[in-house]
Design a protein around this ligand. Sequence first.
Ligand code: TMP
Length: 205
Amino acid sequence: MNKGLFITFEGADGCGKTTQIRMLKDYLENAGYEVVLTREPGAKGLGEKVREILLNYDGIVSDRCESFLFLADRAQNIDTIVVPAIKEGKIVLCDRHIDSTVAYQGYGRGLDLERINMLNRLATDGKMPDLTLVFDIDVETSMQRVGKNKDRMESAGIEFHNKVRNGYLEIAKLNPERVKVINGSESIEKVFENVKNLINKTLHI
Ligand code: TMP
């Protein structure tokens, strides 16, 4: 049986990671791997309900409440989807994970980074990704790609999204072994070439 692997995808809204995950899933399945696709927030069931609140609730949501909702969804994703699949030797591709909370609630909202790291550890029970790809694009391009129909998080403003972007770059600097930055403003094909190169190195194929 293959050793399970946990790969997470991060970046600004509109950075193109969701397209890349789908392409990578097909690529890995064609190479004979069993792949599980999941996302945060809202992989399925309970998580989808939490996602609905997080992205569409139009009343006041305090920054701490927002963090706990993302963390609650994370615990459910880890316990019911990620860890069981890894135990079965599958490759888990997760659209957003711990670094989103560090980038958005930590660097973006300004909550204490040490506390967020501690809460992340509680939510994941210490399970860390083997590899994290951050798709980096400038905020202007990101907001153009998102378009007019913005959800609650996407509507948080240019200044907030600049902080998030810089937060991701800082996370990558602090975790050079695990976190790799990919230029997300290149063509879909070129970005995917870079994704494949990094994945092949990790899988030794
Ligand atoms: P997405 O699934 O379309 O990427 O949207 C999820 C939104 O939630 C996105 O704006 C990033 C945000 N988010 C956080 O602020 N903190 C988190 O921990 C996670 C997982 C997502």
